[in-house]
Design a binder for this molecule. Structure first.
Ligand code: ARG
Length: 461
């Protein structure tokens, strides 16, 4: 059974308890409490400008609101355990306990429609700040790991087949770039949401001279919104956030997948730390990459939240409908999940050990230097397509003899083309293959050093 409603006057019979529970959003929107109070404080000042509150009344209301905040910080269970319909109702009821009938004036000219839209934007802004910190830590963890493993050479894969060697740091910086773009998307999300809907009322705007631009500035928004109908309809800013979150989860999940593979004994390129692994209840020998599997798995729920909100919004008539209450759990859960996953990934990276010898060994099996041989022929003026064909035959021959290209005798090469000379063995070396990729964006050690420096600068931007 919920407590007194904000809208009871017009009703002649009591709400059914089943409806009350069904209708209530407090069980999840209580996380908006701090944002709601922030919005209320600014709105009290706006009502003073409008002449609804005297300075003394506004002062009493402000003190009442602050005392709710203090009580909440002391005991966060208070709001969770209350029977109020939603967080806005809770705050108003608590204020009434503190300042009496004056509390009933605070909602003048305001609707929960513009109020909740404002709370959500304030909350989003603070979550974005938190998540940006976690992302920055992750970016630094990547930079640190790349720096500590400058020499390690990893087989680069295409189609999950060993393809060409790359520096391990080069590979890591690929994820660095992805997370930098995620941070950019996060910042854009936050910037686009930085518009204040308060003062839009239920749908048509307000009759009170509250000074919407001043109100927006007071709450730290860039500006006030331009259209009252849009203000209470719009949840694009949550879609932006969920899209950012989903993309971040794609990147986290792919990195998790790589690390799970690299940690398996089949690859054996890295060793995950015990502190971020789980065990088996049956098989005593097992050490499972639980942290990474959970990151990979949690991507599913975040994508689900994006689709969920898109579906909630599709087909809604203009302005507020109660369907919009269904925006919250998706958003709150996504925000919590991406922050947790980002922080978990940083921890995993900080504690992961690289096994460069195993990586290098894998680079020496599987003909990763076949392209070098084609390029060798290109340098001798053979068209690339013909070189490709010829080297294909050489690889086939080496496979027949079960040797790597660097152990195939020179006569075998010369049987297929007189262009081959003994210097071909130099071209086949791992180090040669790396250092030749010296154009921007390539894996040459000199380029990667520069890229790492640039990456560190980008992190701090
Ligand atoms: N709890 C509601 C929500 O989250 C607040 C807005 C209620 N507005 C209304 N017209 N009933 O959407």
């Amino acid at each position: 059974m919920t407590s007194k409603k904000l809208w009871g006057g017009r009703f002649s019979s009591e709400a059914d308890p089943l409806f009350d529970r069904f209708n209530a959003s407090l069980p999840f929107d209580h996380v908006l409490l701090e944002s709601d109070i922030q919005g209320n404080l600014a709105y009290a000042r706006a009502l003073e400008r409008a002449g609804v509150f005297t300075a003394r009344e506004r002062d009493r209301v402000e003190r009442g609101l602050r005392s709710i905040l203090i009580a909440h910080r002391k005991n966060p269970r208070l709001v969770v355990e209350s029977k109020a319909e939603d967080v806005h109702t809770y705050v108003e009821q608590e204020l009434e306990k503190r300042v009496g009938r004056l509390a009933l004036k605070l909602h003048t000219g305001r609707s929960r429609n513009d109020q909740v839209a404002t709370d959500l934007r304030l909350f989003l802004r603070s979550r974005c700040e938190e998540i940006e910190k976690s992302l920055n830590d992750l970016l630094r963890a990547i930079g640190g790991m790349a720096d500590q493993n400058r020499e390690a050479i990893l087989p680069g894969y295409t189609h999950l087949q060993r393809a060409q060697p790359v520096l391990f740091s080069h590979y890591l910086l690929a994820y660095g770039e992805q997370f930098l773009r995620d941070r950019e998307r996060l910042r854009q999300t936050s910037a686009r949401a930085n518009v204040c809907p308060l003062g839009s009322g239920a749908v048509s705007g307000t009759v009170y001279g509250i000074g919407r631009d001043e109100l927006a500035r007071d709450l730290g928004f860039e500006m006030s919104s331009d259209n009252s109908v849009d203000s209470v309809s719009d949840r694009d800013f949550l879609l932006d956030f969920l899209f950012f979150s989903s993309t971040l989860m794609v990147h986290l999940s792919r990195l998790a997948e790589d690390l799970i593979l690299y940690n398996s004994s089949e690859f054996g390129f890295i060793r995950l730390d015990d502190s971020v692994a789980g065990g088996s209840s049956l098989m005593p020998q097992k050490k499972n990459p639980d942290a990474l599997e959970l990151i990979r798995g949690k991507s599913g729920r975040v994508y689900g939240h994006l689709i969920s909100l898109l579906t909630v919004l599709k087909g809604l008539p203009a302005a507020y409908n109660k369907d919009l209450q269904e925006d919250k759990e998706s958003f709150f859960d996504a925000a919590q999940t991406v922050d947790n996953c980002t922080r978990m990934m940083s921890l995993v990276l900080q504690r992961t050990r690289i096994l460069p010898d195993r990586m290098k060994e894998a680079c020496l099996r599987g003909y990763l230097n076949a392209t070098e041989l084609a390029d060798y022929l290109v340098a001798k003026k053979m068209p690339f397509r013909s070189a490709h064909e010829l080297v294909g035959r050489i690889v086939l021959r080496a496979m027949e003899l079960d040797v790597p290209l660097e152990q195939l005798p020179l006569e075998e090469y010369q049987n297929l083309s007189p262009l081959f000379k003994s210097d071909l063995y130099q071209a086949l070396k791992l180090e040669t293959s790396l250092s030749r990729r010296g154009e921007k964006g390539g894996t040459a050690p000199m380029q990667v050093r520069k890229a790492l420096q640039a990456f560190r600068k980008k992190i701090e931007r």
